[in-house]
Design a protein around this ligand. Structure first.
Ligand code: GTP
Ligand code: MG
Length: 199
């Protein structure tokens, strides 16, 4: 499947969120977990900027996604700044409270929140806090355990079990932006979410 993507806007405050017109999928997770890489892997192009330096994405970046051959775009992706990296100055000064929380709480078209965790890293308090926040806001969410290419089959199974025990309420999919593993499963999840948003 081929996808055509277009950058829509970057927003660092609520006033600059683009008008909500299509169902949206948000990508959330700690700094450097691979949010931008997952977006690029899903669409098969390098639209979102990635970096080995944590804290690269400082705005909410909105992208329009259209399946090749379709006359109109079907959905938007939003690539969010990461959390849990204390040296990112914007985070310390309250980026989350000022515009990311309102985005998650109030964005009318937000159909699914995809929470990324690193499959190599044990469950973290910051991720737990995000998931509790999503619960409180009654947002649908799914967990993606990314960088799965770094583990062997057995290690992978063990890591997924550990995450399932930590987050029993979430569906958890292994993923690798490097190999494309998990891509089809995540697309299925997203298409289901935009067909039945917040039902
Ligand atoms: P911030 O915007 O800073 O919060 O980071 P991010 O979550 O968007 O992470 P990004 O996609 O920029 O990736 C961070 C680093 O992880 C980069 O060096 C990527 O090459 C690496 N990375 C991302 N996904 C994968 C993956 O599936 N496998 C491996 N091995 N490395 C990955
Ligand atoms: Mg990023």
């Amino acid at each position: 499947m081929r996808f055509l993507t277009k950058f829509v806007a970057a927003a660092t405050d609520q006033a600059h969120f683009p008008a909500a017109v299509l169902p949206e999928i948000a990508f959330l997770g700690r700094s450097n977990v691979g949010k931008s890489s997952v977006i690029n892997s899903l669409v098969g192009s390098k639209i979102a900027r990635t970096s080995s330096t944590p804290g690269r994405t400082q705005a909410i970046n909105f992208f329009e996604v259209r399946r090749a051959g379709e006359p109109k775009p079907q959905l938007w992706f939003s690539d969010l700044p990461g959390y849990g990296y204390a040296r990112a100055p914007r985070e310390v000064s309250g980026t989350w409270a000022s515009f990311i929380e309102p985005y998650i709480k109030e964005r009318e078209t937000l159909a699914l929140c995809i929470v990324l965790v690193d499959i190599n890293v044990p469950p973290q308090d910051s991720d737990r806090q995000l998931i509790e926040f999503l619960f409180r806001c009654q947002r649908s969410f799914a967990l993606i355990a990314t960088k799965a290419d770094r583990l062997s089959g057995n290690q992978r199974t063990r890591a997924i079990r550990e995450l399932e025990a930590a987050y029993p309420e979430a569906s958890i999919l292994p993923f690798s932006a490097r190999t494309g593993d998990g891509r089809d499963a995540v697309w299925r999840l997203m298409m289901d979410a935009i067909r039945a948003p917040e039902s």
